[in-house]
Design a protein around this ligand. Structure first.
Ligand code: TPP
Ligand code: MG
Length: 410
């Protein structure tokens, strides 16, 4: 007879709560430059270790070291720095606009700017991202006009989406940015489906799927991995591990047991884990994965190890669930400051030029904001027409909707 015991469930708890001492001793960080760079056609079973380490290029002194370094010129890096700074300035102004009541809602990227900014650089025109709300850097790095983003945030008369989407849920086919779905993890199945369609048509375009650590708990994540690996779909599967899913720590999605990257290994998908706050490392890894997809070698899963410095959204207050100083203790630093330091070490940048660039970029954002506000904000000025609610869904509007539209007077 086996002795029986009172059963109970295990509910993981974060290591620290508000008021406690931040502790990231569980995040094991490889020294920059130490992780090997395999050929893109390496067999997944030969590179399993890459799912458990962290690929890093920038060392503490701001030098680019190791086999993943050396891919970007001074000009590339300067434009990368500029794009991250533009995203940060955009966030600052839009957070303020939300506080001023000009929009109902905003989500920022503080601390995670390198992920989307550097990834965009590894894609080509025609490729398609299926982003979450935390990848506006894909648009900014592709020079999508900020004024269009602001029009969308304000749901004003010039909103390209005509007020139909929650603020920040952008969409731009021309910029390879699929309409954001608020239902998390749907991006994964959509991206894999789009990539499969591209391959069925013998096209050359690839897709990129995006998801957060918390959302990997959704079944869509797992079904997408089945299809992507079975049919070797040309897709890059991105997991942005920023340690938090609103107030839920990554442990609730089983983070900390193995790695999120390692979830790919059970499907035979090559999986890489990268320092998400290192612009050079993110670009190098994204390019490796994009090349695999483009050469018809199939999917790659990438985990970006980063930290969400700001609140989840304007509806969230992180001091309720984590120590206020936790972001300062984050061991991978700040992506903007790290690239700035590297450019100074390269002799391509200086403190003075940085201060000047910050001012220029803020002017650029403020001028876009002025332009957008001429078209209205949440409670003031022009709005999309009520008629737009009825447009853009059906090729031919069904009679019941035509009747409703007429009833509404449009
Ligand atoms: C299917 C679904 N469940 C729940 C939500 C509510 N929700 C919005 S964001 C979020 C947290 C997501 O965290 P994570 O995946 O880690 O992404 P992050 O916000 O950290 O980038 C949740 C639970 C949702 N939008 N969709
Ligand atoms: Mg998260």
């Amino acid at each position: 007879m086996v002795e029986s015991t009172h059963l109970s469930l295990h509910v993981p708890e974060p290591a620290v709560r508000p008021g406690g001492q931040p502790d990231f001793s569980n995040v094991k960080i490889a020294r920059a430059g130490t992780v090997p760079r395999p050929e893109v056609d390496a067999a997944p079973e030969d590179i399993r270790d890459l799912a458990y380490s962290i690929i890093r290029v920038l060392n503490r002194d701001g030098e680019a070291v190791g086999p993943w370094a050396g891919l970007l010129s001074d000009d590339d890096l300067l434009s990368g720095l500029r794009n991250m700074m533009r995203l940060r300035a955009f966030d600052t102004r839009m957070l303020m606009a939300q506080r001023q009541g000009k929009t109902s809602f905003y989500m920022q990227h503080l601390g995670e700017e390198a992920v989307s900014s550097a990834f965009r650089k590894a894609l080509q025109k025609g490729d398609m991202n299926f982003p979450t709300y935390r990848q506006a850097g894909l648009l900014i790095a592709d020079d999508y006009p900020m004024v269009e983003m602001m029009n969308q945030i304000y749901s004003n008369e010039a909103d390209p989406l005509r007020g139909r989407q929650l603020p920040i849920m952008y969409s731009s086919k021309d910029h390879g940015f699929f309409t954001i779905s608020g239902n998390l993890a749907t991006q994964y199945v959509q991206a894999v489906g789009w990539a499969m369609a591209s391959a069925i048509k013998n096209d050359s375009r690839i897709a990129a799927a995006w998801i957060g650590d918390g959302s990997t708990a959704e079944s869509d994540f797992h079904s997408a991995l089945v299809f992507a690996s079975t049919y070797r779909a040309p897709v890059v599967l991105n997991v942005v591990n920023n340690q938090w899913a609103i107030s839920t720590f990554q442990g609730i999605a089983r983070g900390g047991s193995g790695t999120f990257a390692a979830r790919g290994l059970g499907f035979g998908i090559p999986a890489l884990r990268v320092d998400g706050n290192d612009y050079l490392a993110v670009y190098a890894v994204a390019r490796w994965a994009a090349e695999r997809a483009r050469r018809n070698l199939g999917p790659t899963l990438i985990e970006y190890v980063t930290y969400r410095v700001g609140a989840h959204s304007t509806s969230d207050d992180p001091s309720a669930y984590r120590p206020k100083t936790e972001s300062e203790a984050w061991p991978l630093g700040d992506p903007v400051l790290r690239l700035k330091k590297h450019l100074i070490v390269r002799g391509a940048w200086s403190e003075e030029r940085h201060v000047q660039a910050e001012a220029e970029i803020m002017d650029e954002v403020i001028s876009a904001q002025r332009q957008a506000e001429e078209h209205g904000t949440l409670h003031d000025g022009g709005k999309p027409s009520v008629r737009d609610i009825f447009e853009g869904v059906y090729a031919e509007m069904p009679p019941h909707l035509r009747r409703q539209r007429q009833k509404a007077g449009y």
